[in-house]
Design a protein around this ligand. Structure first.
Ligand code: FCB
Length: 432
């Protein structure tokens, strides 16, 4: 039996996002789903979600009792600032108690400020591209750091900026349902400015209290490989989306400029060096080949890499790609990495045990090779509202009875608890 140890102090836990679990939120997604119920696979909405806004204390206690020592969640901007410039102190007090509950349960909080959703007033003013979005986001970030900063050091400004821009503005599958390249580029420029402004605000408020904050985006990395490695065309066609999706935003954050082709290299105040670590969301890899019928996708067809097992979402399960991402990102950016999401949609909890073992082994391999990985947050604790997939994709360690809201641990919840308790990953856990 091979036993492999994760380092002392390594963060292990789950990641969640407010809109997917809390219920009772009025934001751009709530309005979108009410107006476009057909956009949600299987119907459903997040009006109640899994009622986590009311059940957070017992939910977090349960994760702590399963030896998690970290927990990622997002603050819902629409709750905290329901009207521009007016902060809701009860909402902030709620999140203060969420952080306290994490600490009480022995979990380091990792806090996301924007996880896909926007207050309605900002969405109506133009969303990410609204001229006032960066200033507004910075004020909201400052309010969060004032309220939570004495108990939080890990911050995430925006979750998956490329994903939210592409799905909402290019593919029209998410709010605001646009299919426009110029609007996508405008959203991306706005997201960069929002991130920069929030990073500055986090740093300033933290320093004024004599603290140092860890700041990143949650970067979604999806390894893109040519469908046919021997084909020069496939190799060439994979390069452009790989650069745009996997590298463009991060390179902007490092250089401090809106790089081509989205911008002209113009400088953004506060952007250079705005990442003190790299938050990495990793799920899958894709094979790319030439598709002359897909100009909107830059003539690239994306499909699961042939030969790899598929998750319930139809995504290829590829632990080697996680290992490659850790290596490549470290080589280029040299930042400590926190895995802020990694998980598998799996209706019957059949693939998840092996998934966890293989992906955590990839992490141990990377650490053994000298890569600075600080933690691993599994997506996600509880089956939840998976955006346009509604309740059809089950990533959770717990299932949730949607009538009674009872949380039911799947076998892999116990497996993950054992990994968290021992900080060891070994094959026998799965056999047993
Ligand atoms: C990520 C999102 C997260 C969740 C998982 C499955 O892209 O950040 O909210 O939906 O995918």
């Amino acid at each position: 039996m091979t036993r492999r140890r994760l380092p002392e102090g390594f963060l292990l836990g789950c990641a969640t996002a407010a809109h997917q679990v809390e219920g009772g939120i009025d934001n751009d997604w709530t309005r979108w789903v009410a107006d476009h119920p057909e956009a949600i696979n299987g119907g459903g909405d997040a009006v109640i979600a899994i009622d986590h806004y009311r059940r957070y204390a017992e939910d977090l206690e349960q994760l702590g009792s399963m030896h998690h020592n970290a927990h990622r969640f997002s603050v819902e901007w629409a709750r905290v600032e329901p009207v521009p410039g007016r902060f809701d102190h009860d909402a902030l007090a709620h999140y203060v108690d969420v952080v306290r509950s994490c600490r009480r349960a022995g979990m380091e909080p990792v806090v996301t400020l924007q996880h896909f959703t926007l207050p309605v007033w900002l969405a109506e003013a133009g969303g990410f591209a609204a001229p006032e979005a960066p200033v507004r986001f910075a004020r909201y970030a400052a309010a969060c750091v004032e309220a939570l900063g004495d108990m939080v050091s890990w911050w995430i400004t925006v979750n998956e900026p490329m994903v939210v821009a592409v799905l909402g503005h290019l593919e029209g599958l998410w709010p605001p349902g646009e299919r426009s390249l110029p609007r996508t580029l405008a959203a991306l420029r706005g997201l960069l400015r929002m991130h920069a402004a929030a990073a500055e605000a986090i740093t300033t408020v933290s320093r004024s209290h004599g603290r140092q904050a860890q700041i990143s985006i949650a970067h979604h990395e999806r390894r893109l490989v040519p469908r046919n490695a021997a084909s020069r065309v496939d190799r060439a066609i994979a390069k452009v989306p790989d650069f745009l999706f996997n590298r463009w935003f991060l390179r902007c954050c490092v250089t401090g400029r809106v790089l081509r082709p989205v911008g002209n290299g113009q400088a953004v105040p506060g952007l250079a060096g705005s990442l003190t670590y790299l938050g990495l969301n990793h799920y899958t890899s894709e094979a790319v080949s030439l598709d002359l019928g897909a100009p909107g996708m830059l003539f690239a067809r994306h499909e699961a890499v042939p030969g790899l097992p598929l998750s319930g979402a139809g995504w290829a399960i590829d632990a080697v790609a996680l290992r490659t991402a850790l290596t490549d990102l470290t080589r280029e950016f040299g930042l400590p990495i926190l895995i802020t999401e990694n998980g598998v949609s799996d209706d019957h909890d059949e693939m998840r045990p092996t998934f966890l073992r293989d992906h955590l082994n990839a992490v141990v391999d990377a650490i053994d090779a000298g890569i600075d990985v600080r933690g691993y947050l599994y997506w996600t604790a509880w089956d939840n509202f998976e955006w346009a997939e509604g309740y059809t994709q089950r990533f959770g360690l717990f299932s949730v009875d949607r009538d009674t809201q009872e949380r039911i641990a799947k076998p892999s919840a116990a497996l993950f608890a054992e990994i968290c308790r021992t900080h060891e990953v070994f094959d026998a856990l799965i056999a047993g």
